[in-house]
Design a protein around this ligand. Structure first.
Ligand code: ATP
Ligand code: MG
Length: 566
């Protein structure tokens, strides 16, 4: 490909709307352009990367026994009504009506469609297992579309659905996908980790996420410094810690704390540590007001709380509702004398003589003790893990990392097949629901994650397996015929070797060509300058190294192949 013909509109300025590096670089390097918030056009360089990612994914899905299909983006509302998700999916679903006023969804995911197809045509256990997948656009009206391709409203996903006879079958399918995903992210050349994940609203029991490590990642990952334990923050198991053995229970004291509302206020005013206080958070859980209490310096994890309560909807209660029920505003709440269900974090049960609000504005209690002063409905793990927490599996300590979720695998069990009455006949002629799993990879997000992980101050550094082109050949002075002739000859030779090559044949200064080559992140640059003429030598430079190699012209192809093919 000739630079003069390639459509890659690079920008000199960092676009102001782009917060994260991958978004900035993909815009600046002329890979993507925005149509609307979270909706993008993939320009030629980007689409080459996307196709490379797709092909690696496709090969591994096929190897694992998957069969590729293509399902409709437009999905009739009836299928979603049947699974019960038409209501549940809420505002994240794009909905539209046809001329007959019938409702459709733009597919955010495809369980409903695939389950209907399989139910219609698979009748016997002999036809199972069945693994069907597609690579296609998905539509989700995210509350906060952001970071470019990272969280789009239209994005490319690979989704595979497995159908098995029973749980053992599902185990086998799940292991196959787990293995295939590891193959994929290794082949893509990305530094990633697999973590235990919460299966969230989709239901089911086992779930793993594949996280590309990146400092700006949206997800927080917890891992053990000693064993293989790794989980996302929602799932990470927190323990209670040691019981404070020797402290005797002191008498409860009510203290006037005018104007003191936050944990920090109380820490300063009463000189008690944040870890000697508890905070009380009020939630509306499926319409019922409840209190969640945890140590003052901890963060509540709403997903853990929601799972523990088993509720459908959970949101923070309004201060007005709280005042009516508890007689005090947010700054003065506490479990003592509270007439609501109280859910206490595990740590609260091992704390002694703590401080908390008194359910009376401007008053707090000191020396509160669980059991003596109040009895919670349940004692559960509802806080976020923090660095230094003990590992739930070994003697090690937990550490934190940030990552980008690029893949997610779930065991669905019979959640969908039950709801949609999708069944087959087993060996005894009995009707049984399909046992299902679903397995997603964000293709477009993976491209963004690759950039987020692999870049420097000059631009993108594509991992070789997904680089849009392998090599860029740069004649320093395009007016010099000899240089141009040599560049053209190297360009031809490398292409004949099966490499994907760009030649920068533009009439630009060398500095501009080098800047652009770095910005778009081509792994190998070959520079043909005056040395080429005097000594018959050209420069070979890897994008991720500072040094250049000076090579005789007839050795270049072998060297470049070695770098690219490893
Ligand atoms: P998230 O927690 O990031 O919203 P999710 O749990 O909704 O993700 P899944 O439904 O499991 O995601 O989708 C499978 C994969 O699709 C994700 O692992 C991610 O890589 C990708 N993905 C999900 N939502 C988006 C989005 N809005 N933009 C780009 N990729 C996405
Ligand atoms: Mg989501």
């Amino acid at each position: 490909m000739r630079s003069s013909e390639l459509f890659y509109p690079t920008l000199r300025e960092v676009p102001s709307e782009a917060e994260v590096v991958s978004h900035q670089l993909l815009l600046r390097a002329g890979f993507i352009r925005k149509a609307s918030g979270g909706v993008y056009t993939y320009l030629p360089l980007a689409y080459k990367v996307i196709k490379k990612i797709e092909n690696i994914v496709r090969e591994e899905m096929d190897k694992a026994g998957g069969q590729e299909v293509l399902m409709p983006i437009m999905q009739p509302a009836e299928l979603w009504q049947k699974s019960g998700r038409w209501e549940v999916y809420g505002d994240e679903m794009f909905r539209l009506q046809d001329r007959h006023k019938r409702y459709f969804a733009l597919g955010p995911t495809h369980e409903e469609i695939i389950t209907t197809v399989v139910d219609g045509d698979v009748h016997s256990y002999r036809d199972l297992p069945l693994l069907l997948y597609q690579i296609q656009n998905k539509y989700r009206d995210e509350i906060r579309p952001r970071f470019g391709l990272m969280r789009g409203r239209e994005f490319i996903m690979k989704d595979l659905y497995s159908f098995d006879i029973d749980d053992q079958g599902l185990d086998v399918s799940y292991r196959k996908m787990y293995h295939a995903y590891n193959q994929i992210f290794t082949r893509l050349g990305l530094d990633y980790r697999v973590v235990e994940a919460d299966s969230g609203a989709i239901g089911g029991d086992e779930s793993h996420e594949f996280m590309v490590l990146a400092d700006n990642g949206e997800s927080e990952i917890v891992y053990c410094d000693n064993c293989d334990y790794a989980a996302n923050v929602e799932k990470a198991v927190c323990t209670a810690g040691e019981v404070q053995q020797n402290d005797e229970l002191l008498p409860l004291e009510k203290i006037h704390t005018p104007g003191q509302r936050t944990i920090q206020d109380i820490a300063d005013y009463l000189k008690v540590g944040k870890d000697e206080q508890i905070k009380t958070l009020m939630y509306n859980a499926d319409g019922e007001l409840i209190a969640a209490i945890l140590r003052g310096d901890r963060e509540l994890n709403e997903i853990k709380l929601k799972n523990a309560l088993g509720c459908n909807e959970l949101f923070m209660a309004s201060e007005d509702d709280v005042r009516i029920s508890c007689g005090a505003g947010f700054g003065s709440l506490g479990p003592v004398g509270m007439d609501l269900k109280i859910y206490a974090d595990l740590e609260v049960a091992v704390m002694k003589n703590f401080t908390c609000g008194a359910n009376l504005d401007d008053y707090h209690y000191k020396n509160v003790n669980l059991g003596r002063d109040f009895v919670p409905e349940a004692i559960i793990d509802i806080r976020n893990a923090v660095a230094g927490d003990p590992c739930p599996l070994c003697e090690g300590q937990l550490k934190l990392l940030r990552g980008i979720e690029v893949g997610h695998i779930f065991k669905l069990g019979t959640n969908y097949s039950d709801a949609m009455e999708a069944t087959f006949r087993d060996q005894n002629g009995q009707s049984c629901p399909f046992v299902m799993g679903c397995y997603g990879i964000g293709i477009s997000r993976t491209m963004a994650a690759a950039v987020e992980q692999n870049n420097d101050e000059n631009g993108i550094i594509w991992p070789i397996p997904i680089a849009p082109y392998h090599v860029i050949v740069v004649p320093v002075n395009s007016k010099n015929e000899e240089q141009t002739r040599m560049a053209e000859s190297i360009y031809q030779i490398l292409q004949q070797e099966g490499l994907e090559v760009i030649i920068d044949d533009r009439d630009e200064r060398a500095g501009v060509k080098f800047k652009d080559a770095d910005l778009i992140g081509i792994p190998v640059r070959i520079t043909i300058g005056s040395k080429a003429l005097q000594e018959n030598k050209v420069e070979v430079k890897k994008r991720w190294e500072k040094e250049v190699e000076l090579l005789e012209i007839d050795k270049v192809a072998v060297r470049v192949l070695e770098i690219i093919r490893g």
